[in-house]
Design a protein around this ligand. Sequence first.
Ligand code: UFG
Length: 343
Amino acid sequence: MGQGQNSILVTGGAGFIGSHTAVELFESGYHPVIVDNLSTSDRLLLEGLPKITGEKVDFFEGDCTDREFLRSVFSQRNITAVMHFAAFKSVGESVEFPIRYFRNNIDSLIALLEVMKEFGVRDFIFSSSCTVYGQPEKIPVNESAPFLKAESPYGATKQIGEQILEASVRSGYRVVSLRYFNPVGAHPTGHIGELPVGVPNNLVPYITQTAAGLRKSLTVFGNDYDTADGSCIRDFIHVVDVARAHVKALEYLWSIGPESNSFEAFNLGTGVGVSVLELIKSFETSNKLSLSYSIGSRRPGDVIKVYADPSRIMKAMGWKPDFSLEEAMVHAWNWQKKISGLT
Ligand code: UFG
């Protein structure tokens, strides 16, 4: 990837959302500079990137809590903005190891802000989550919904992260926080996708691993909720649509003029609620296969029903989803087949 003026630091660029965003940045004419400590990600995605872009990856291996490491990256590259994906993201693990989550997710954010300041960089895109809303009272949820008590230390790190960023605009930063709903799918080329560590916690990787024969059967966590078919409802969004929103967010920040400091949060979802059982059906019909699954008990802490009101990001940035749920299911399965050697 050629080094242009517009070098964008992509922390966690070897991960699921970060790698897809690196592709979209590149395709929009920017130069992604990837940093990643590879603790929960894999070189496989870094190897997939050049197959899509045709360019060498600009990658620095290191940890975002390591200020000296960050300084060395900023001094070697003319970074103009930061997209911060690097974070621990497992809800269950965060309950077990809360201090590890607070230390990593909060300290990396603060280290980045400090080093950005030293190098005169102001523009920051933050990976937030709809978990900041908990179980919202009104659905679809919009950005003015209050932060309810975080259901996990992971969720708390996203709430605290936003609070830190909102307060920091007084010191000259400009921030867009994107509150992701449920990113799914994989790159349409099949060169990058999701690579969960160990047994997947999330629904779609569990489905694709079951279809690939790596797991015996999927358990649907509850079909006795107060929803149309009894299973939980989520807003599943194609990861490439998530990635494209980051490029839009960057251009949005640049469009508001250099004199203004601001913090703005946007929902990043499709606006369509899909139940777990509907998602399974979509996976089966889109890929013409039948999945082994059974109904199990509810998973403690699950939000029953949440989907986005995405009108704010649509209006402000002209973003809209380009991919359907069916396409996301086909891309997720293609990726799984590829990494499982089934193609
Ligand atoms: N589910 C199953 N079986 C599984 C896995 C999941 O039935 O094997 C169900 C869950 O009960 C839930 C739905 O599928 O109803 C989605 O579960 P995920 O774990 O895929 O996603 P969550 O919505 O629970 O969590 C996601 C992100 C978190 C984030 C949270 C915010 O993974 O990082 O959204 O709500 F905090």
